[in-house]
Design a protein around this ligand. Structure first.
Ligand code: FA5
Length: 337
């Protein structure tokens, strides 16, 4: 066979293969085209390869090159068609859609009881004139301790009582904040009195989980700094808050306590449904703290309080164990609204 006829055969084969692979629409037609052109025994490529033997030895290198080209072209056509099919079956448009199927009821989600509680507390405090602010959960030691008059040797800074991070700021490792009182400092550093803010967020302590403790929980922090603020204002705000949140006439009781950043300091108990329950800590902002943020303690005074959100939510909803809030048991969570 002369070179010219061989090359002509090769280009015919190429054209034929291009048309055949272009028409491939499914796995069966792809397999058919593969066998026709690239089949190992009687594929058209194989037949052309056999013709190579009939080309004169001087023309054989040229004919071999032409054969290799068509062989590569057919391999590429095969791969392309294969990819095209795979893509088409993976695309959602290719999935059969039966528009006659009956609809299924939509399952409505609901807010987690702690989120509901947070929003409700924010609403009540807003009506009392408290602006909602946020603070970071990863804190430095200045805001979590020092500025709150908790010195380095204080037991509250013990590594066993805090989640210190492996990340430092200067010499001191950062930590997951152990109280929302950090936000008091951040706000007072940034603003001048009068101030009325409330901050709700997560805090972290390596406490063993039990019915009233969890290693991650939420606090609501309130801070009011104005001329002439007294403990009477603190008690009124807490009583108004408790009555709005729990409903009815809630009694608030102060027990003497100690916090390094308030003076005097109290534990706040609330009586509701015949039982007294501890809700948090409070007090008058220590004049040393006011001075540390650049306020004049002779001009302004303030009160602050920090309540446990899980504790007040448990009280409100009659939940006996705060761990239930975090078990993700839908049967429990579905009972809220
Ligand atoms: C504080 O954290 C102070 N920052 C509160 C404060 C703010 C005092 C402003 C004065 C002025 P204490 O450690 O007592 O205080 O925690 C406050 C409340 O958080 C507790 O009364 C309790 O309701 C809640 N609480 C504490 N530990 C946990 C815990 N592991 N799990 C759930 N709630 C907790």
């Amino acid at each position: 066979m002369d070179l010219e006829s061989f090359v002509l055969e090769v280009s015919r084969l190429r054209e034929e293969a291009e048309n055949a692979f272009r028409d491939v629409r499914d796995a069966a037609s792809l397999e058919e085209a593969r066998v026709t052109f690239a089949g190992a025994k009687s594929g058209k490529l194989k037949s052309i390869q056999k013709l190579l033997g009939g080309v004169s030895p001087s023309d054989r290198p040229e004919a071999g090159r032409a054969f290799n080209e068509v062989k590569q072209a057919i391999t590429a056509l095969l791969e392309d068609a294969h990819d095209r099919l795979a893509e088409a079956t993976a695309s959602p448009a290719a999935a059969p859609l039966d528009v006659t199927l009956p609809g299924r009821p939509v399952r409505l989600g609901r807010l987690h009881p702690i989120t509901r509680t947070i929003r409700e507390v924010q609403g009540i405090m807003a009506r009392l004139g408290f602006e909602c602010v946020d603070g970071p959960e990863v804190e430095d030691q200045w805001h979590n301790f020092e500025a709150l008059a908790i010195p380095p040797e204080h037991p509250a800074r013990d590594p066993l009582d805090n989640f210190y991070l492996n990340v430092a700021q200067g010499q001191d490792p950062l930590l997951l904040r152990s109280q929302t009182s950090t936000v008091q400092i951040r706000v007072m550093e940034a603003r001048k009195p009068p101030l009325r803010i409330v901050s709700l967020g997560r805090v972290y302590r390596p406490d063993t989980a039990d019915a009233t403790h969890y290693p991650m929980f939420h606090q609501v922090e309130g801070l009011l700094v104005e001329k002439g603020t007294t403990m009477a204002h603190l008690k009124s705000v807490l009583r108004l808050f408790a009555s709005s949140f729990l409903g009815g006439d809630v009694h608030v009781r102060f027990r003497p306590s100690f916090f390094p950043f308030t003076e005097p300091s109290v534990e706040v108990d609330m009586e509701w449904g015949g039982r007294w329950v501890e809700m948090g800590g409070a007090g008058m902002v220590d004049p040393a703290v006011l001075a540390a943020v650049g306020y004049d303690p002779d001009q302004v005074s303030g009160f602050a309080f920090g309540l446990g959100v899980e504790r007040i939510a448990a009280r409100r909803y009659g939940v006996a164990d705060i761990r239930d809030f975090y078990r993700n048991d839908v049967r429990f969570l579905e009972q809220f609204g």
